[in-house]
Design a protein around this ligand. Structure first.
Ligand code: D5M
Ligand code: FE
Ligand code: ZN
Length: 536
């Protein structure tokens, strides 16, 4: 097959089970006869080599030009002969769950043994090539705030960020209610119909079991009473402090309070129609790798990486990693007792080695999580230069938490997910639980904000703008953090929480969190159907 530049070279190298540094590919592509040069390199690179670097290319090609001596005989196809080769483990289990039809079933119920022989053969013969035409790849990042932090931590920043939140989310609600500012509601005559859009400032139950919800806008606060026997009282259970809602009601005689008739969240319009890719192309959505932890599941990760080299994974062209690349240091009390690698830089170096095992021709996007070495407060900027240079395998795009990545027209909102702990803690279990993390994600979609509550478990950094508002509706919402796999659709938005690559930690044991480890949800971007692969 003729070479058509670097893309083809990468395809050929990965088909033979190698990953390649960018410089190596450039060097090969610049040869007068790249095909012949590539063949030479493939024949003469030792089997143990996982990544072909510029040095390897130079060594082989220099030997060819500078000496007349015979070059070592061609080695056998890499995949069949080396430990580091992809997909030779036929005992691996592969779980397939099609199309998100039953996102609530527990993953283990659908496990099927699949020897995957065909896929292994494809790699062993070196015949496999990623199916897609790389020229059709298209990836754009929106809302990356790396390098744009404006926060100084001063009081006025808090005012600015809440003002911006209210502005942005009011615009989603103002068509639905005839709202007035808090200050003018106070001066309306008793019995008037009133509506207000504001941040939830306080939620209290009254002695008689009703609910008092205080809303705040830029002019002040106003209390709304939700009567316990009204049908929408159920919605009070879902409220979090600092989220933006609209309330409609009737003013009491003394105009000091309003009795609520209806309430609205900014929400995802029911008419939302997700966009899809024009061709069959897939993205693997994962998170919480936790390299450096004693519990990091290296075998499962390697099986996943190997599988990506097989024909079964030929349509997977994108890999999104939603935070917690490494276990970090000092994240939780007594965490050091469960560290395999204690130095944070060494953790990232090890992570990079694991990243090298995935095919070099994937497009990779990563955001940080709460275990990563960036500021804890959200939005979290993408990693600093030093960490970026360590995590350079396959040249990933590293962006802030949260960020939106638009892949071939499909927008994926990536958010690590720390606020999910809070949503799960505060809402009744049928609305959000660790077993159904996607339902907690539905709440964030409804509130159009990835971390509404300030001053709780989720640390928020005040910025001039509220980067955590979902200004536009994503087609896919991808989170991690709670280490549970779950997915489903909310008003046609696909919500996926992606599980983890870390077995149960002592802390998780103590609080009965049973993580879903070693799963990779794969989304077909042309249909938004989900297939879950199990590698543990
Ligand atoms: O957190 C993974 C999940 O476990 C997430 O739901 C938080 C919870 N977790 C884990 N360790 C702790 C401690 N020590 N305190 C409170 N909550 C915890 P991750 O941050 O991804 O490890
Ligand atoms: Fe995590
Ligand atoms: Zn986390």
């Amino acid at each position: 097959m003729p070479l058509e530049g670097p893309a083809r070279i990468v395809q050929q190298l990965t088909a033979h089970g190698y990953n390649a540094e960018r410089e190596a590919v450039t060097l090969l592509a610049s040869r007068p006869d790249p095909t012949q040069a590539l063949d030479r390199v493939l024949e003469n690179t030792p089997d143990e080599t996982l990544v072909i670097g510029a040095k390897d290319v130079e060594r082989v090609l220099d030997a060819e030009t500078e000496s007349t001596r015979e070059i070592a005989p061609p080695s056998e196809s890499k995949a069949g002969t080396s430990d580091s080769a992809p997909a030779t483990d036929t005992s691996r289990k592969t779980e397939i769950d099609t199309a998100g039809q039953d996102p609530t079933a527990s993953p283990g119920e659908r496990t099927t043994d699949s020897p995957g022989e065909a896929a292994v053969d494809a790699v062993e013969t070196g015949g496999f090539e990623r199916a897609g035409d790389r020229s059709q790849r298209d990836i754009a990042i929106r809302g990356d705030m790396t390098g744009e932090s404006t926060g100084t931590g001063e009081y006025r920043d808090f005012i600015a960020v809440f003002r911006d939140r209210l502005d942005k989310l009011s615009s989603k609600l103002s068509g639905r209610v005839n709202h007035r500012p808090a200050s003018s509601i106070e001066s309306m005559p008793g019995g008037s119909d009133v509506a207000m859009i504001g941040l939830v400032n306080d939620i209290r139950s009254t002695a008689s079991g009703h609910w008092l919800v205080e809303l705040e806008d830029t002019t002040g606060t106003f209390p709304f009473l939700v009567m316990k026997d009204r049908e929408y009282v159920d919605l009070v259970d879902e409220l979090l402090r600092d989220e933006v809602i609209a309330m409609e009601g009737t003013l009491a005689d003394d105009s000091g309070i309003a009795f609520v008739d209806s309430m609205y969240s900014p929400d995802v319009p029911r008419t939302h129609e997700p966009k899809t890719a024009d061709r069959h192309v897939e993205a693997a959505l994962i998170s919480d790798v936790h390299v450096g932890s004693d519990e990091f599941m290296a075998d499962a990760w390697n099986d996943f990486a190997d599988w990506l080299h097989t024909e079964e994974a030929q349509h997977v062209e994108y890999l999104c990693i939603a935070g917690d690349m490494v276990e970090g240091v000092g994240v939780y009390p007594n965490q050091d007792e469960e560290l395999d690698i204690i130095d944070i830089y060494e953790q990232y170096e090890a992570f990079n080695e694991y990243l090298k095992r995935v095919p070099g021709d994937l497009d990779i996007v990563m955001i940080p999580g709460n275990h990563d070495a960036v500021r804890l407060a959200e939005p979290q900027p993408g990693f600093n230069e030093e960490l970026r240079s360590i995590m350079s395998a396959h040249d990933p795009q590293i962006v802030s938490n949260p960020s939106t990545v638009e892949i071939e027209g499909v927008s994926i909102l990536m958010y690590h997910g720390v606020s999910l702990d809070e949503v799960i803690a505060e809402l009744p279990s049928e609305k959000a639980s660790y077993d159904e993390p996607h339902k907690a994600m539905y709440q964030l979609l409804k509130k159009r904000h990835v971390a509404p509550q300030f001053g709780g478990h989720t640390r928020l950094a005040p910025e001039e703008k509220d980067h955590l508002v979902m200004e536009s509706v994503p087609d896919i919402f991808h989170t991690g953090h709670v280490h549970k796999l779950g997915f489903g659709k909310y008003h046609d938005v696909l919500a996926i929480n992606s599980g983890c690559w870390q077995a149960q930690t002592d802390f998780q044991k103590s609080v009965n969190i049973d993580p879903d480890s070693g799963f990779a949800p794969i989304v077909d971007l042309s249909t938004l159907d989900v297939t879950v692969r199990k590698f543990s």
